[in-house]
Design a protein around this ligand. Structure first.
Ligand code: GTR
Length: 337
């Protein structure tokens, strides 16, 4: 009797164990099925569909789709359909938009240490900037995004920014005196324009054309492709090639959206963004030339600045008033090859 009881217990144990294992297997399969569920994510872009940076976003989305076997779709919404940059960054922060490609300038209003990447005359060249972005400093800055609810995904080429206005040719900083210049929604950019003796007006990108047209502002500043694609050159024909900043373009994701993905998927997304860079940079270089030719043909009057010395000197106060974490990074950026 005792033996039969023990045998029964042993059998029950085997059955129970088998059930546990079977169930464990089922859970694992369910996990894999959940991973395999298609995901659709949205990316907000301010530029029009044919702009090199938007095409870079699209390349990034294509790589993600291909490498996830069609499982992860990133829909790119160009032309500020999802809002202007500052508003979009806020939405990314609380998870209503999954990704955005923005300029570091408005992002620095949320994560101020990013000001270290947009100070005037910071980089010796485009190559210097890329070495900073793709090196340890770029990685540290990505990490600095996380406490504010963002995940750093990738960088794109921004070109150099130049001043333009509707009033007069500008050949030296003093020529800007009294002009109302639109800047991105960034305190650092306000400080930069004030340092040059002009009146800074922060304003969303999408409002600049009418601002110039109605005379609410006299000028703005941007790279050749933006000056051309927005048609600002039609209403502000004096363009000064002072190349005061290179403000990196960045793709960020919402931490809330990324928390729903596996680490393997996040890694796949980051690698895709990295691999889209050469494509965007190639298109960027082509568009810079095409835009320059187009605005010149359209009647823009170009002032070259061979000696940037006086412009750089006017920025000293801006450097001096940076907090210590920014100064520390600026110092390290200077040492990057
Ligand atoms: C462009 C940049 C945009 C936007 C714009 C602006 O160069 O690519 O993301 O920041 O400048 O001036 O607002």
């Amino acid at each position: 009797m005792q033996i039969r009881k023990t045998a029964l217990l042993a059998m029950m144990l085997i059955v129970a164990t088998t059930m546990v294992f079977a169930n464990g297997g089922k859970d694992a399969a369910a996990g894999a099925a959940a991973d395999a569920k298609p995901v659709v994510l949205r990316l907000a872009e301010t530029h029009p569909a044919d702009y090199p940076t938007t095409l870079g976003d699209i390349k990034f989305a294509e790589l993600v789709k291909e490498r996830s076997g069609g499982r992860i779709t990133i829909e790119v919404y160009p032309g500020s359909q999802l809002g202007q940059e500052k508003a979009v960054i806020e939405q990314v922060q609380f998870g209503a938009i999954d990704f955005t490609r923005v300029s570091v300038s408005p992002l620095a209003a949320f994560v101020p240490v990013f000001n270290a990447l947009q100070l005037p005359y910071l980089y010796r060249s485009e190559t210097h900037m890329w070495n900073v972005l793709l090196g340890p400093i770029g990685k540290e800055l990505f990490a600095a995004l996380e406490p504010s609810g963002f995940v750093g995904i990738g960088w794109f080429e921004p070109g150099a920014r130049n001043f333009y206005n509707s009033r007069r040719p500008v050949a030296k900083p003093e020529d800007l005196a009294g002009l109302k210049i639109r800047v991105q929604e960034s305190d650092l950019m306000v400080g930069m324009v004030q340092g040059l003796g002009a009146i800074a007006t922060p304003m969303p990108y999408g409002e600049v054309y009418s601002g110039l047209q109605t005379g609410v502002i006299d000028g703005a500043e941007n790279n050749w492709p933006s000056y051309e694609s927005t048609s600002h050159y039609e209403v502000a024909k004096y363009y000064t090639v002072d190349e005061h900043t290179r403000v990196p373009e960045i793709i960020i994701a919402s931490k809330i959206s990324m928390a729903k993905l596996s680490q393997a998927d996040i890694d796949l997304i980051k690698q895709a963004a990295l691999d889209a860079i050469p494509y965007q940079r190639k298109l960027w270089a082509e568009r810079e030339k095409a835009s320059e030719a187009k605005v010149k043909a359209g009647g823009s009057i170009i002032t070259m600045i061979p000696d940037k010395g006086p412009w750089q000197a006017a920025m000293k106060a801006l450097y001096d008033k940076q907090p210590s974490d920014v100064k520390y990074l600026v110092d390290r950026i200077g040492k990057v090859e």
